[in-house]
Design a protein around this ligand. Structure first.
Ligand code: AP5
Length: 195
């Protein structure tokens, strides 16, 4: 079982590259952003609570997203590997994920960290906001708050995994295809070592 984290700030291309990676390798895609937006569109109590944080560009409380990931892991007992997108976003989430995977005799094998300059992130997100219907993409203040939240709480997650030598940085600027090829090259190294 190969488990990957696709890591990076808002707008770095995690969702875009996840789609291509799951099509290529058959991972089960777990995006906490997508799971939360699904709760919001169904107007569940969890969704209503989460929306109040997301609309301000703030992280949703750890216990909410850890609970969602725990259920998703239990609901996919036969997955041949997971691609985590937008999770973990705090050290507490990273520690909780390690514990959940340990119960399945599994671990995070690789963290692929997309590197993109801040002005490019803002440009991408505001551009998507023109058509996506995502309320957190339309206001520059909220977009910048999301990026600030990333630096304050999420960047440290890479340091957590770096201690275990699991982080590979990949240039997240350029064509989608070139970035995809760079990500695949890192994954192939791990698959090769595992054989
Ligand atoms: P989430 O849905 O995870 O959003 P995000 O991290 O802000 O990421 P985005 O989806 O905006 O960007 P991305 O990196 O996936 O890039 P994408 O491929 O979409 O989270 C939303 C909110 O939910 C959070 O703010 C938080 O409140 C909450 N949340 C979620 N997970 C949580 C957690 N674990 N804990 C607590 N709270 C949580 O691309 C962005 C745009 O750029 C697209 O338009 C795309 O077409 C374009 N693009 C992609 N690649 C390129 C390229 N190479 N060149 C040019 N444009 C590109």
């Amino acid at each position: 079982m190969l488990n990957l984290v696709l890591f990076g700030p808002p707008g770095s291309g995690k969702g875009t590259q996840s789609e291509k990676l799951i099509a290529h390798y058959g991972f089960k895609h777990l995006s906490t952003g997508d799971l939360l937006r699904s709760e919001i569109s169904r107007q569940t109590p969890l969704g209503i609570e989460a929306k109040s944080f997301m609309d301000k560009g703030q992280l949703v409380p750890d216990e909410v997203v850890i609970g969602m990931i725990s259920s998703a892991l239990d609901n996919n007992p036969n997955a041949k590997g997971f691609l985590f997108d937008g999770f973990p976003r705090t050290e507490a989430q990273a520690e909780a994920l390690d514990k959940l995977l340990r119960l399945k005799q599994a671990e995070i094998n690789l963290v692929l960290s997309l590197i993109v300059k801040e002005e490019e992130l803002v440009k991408r997100l505001l551009n998507r906001g023109k058509s996506s219907g995502r309320s957190d993409d339309t206001n520059e203040g909220v977009v910048r708050a999301r990026i600030a939240e990333y630096h304050k709480k999420t960047a440290a997650v890479a340091d957590y995994y770096r201690k275990f030598g699991k982080v590979k940085e990949v240039n997240g600027e350029g064509s989608v295809e070139t970035i995809f090829n760079s990500l695949c090259a890192e994954i192939e190294k791990i698959i090769y070592i595992g054989q």
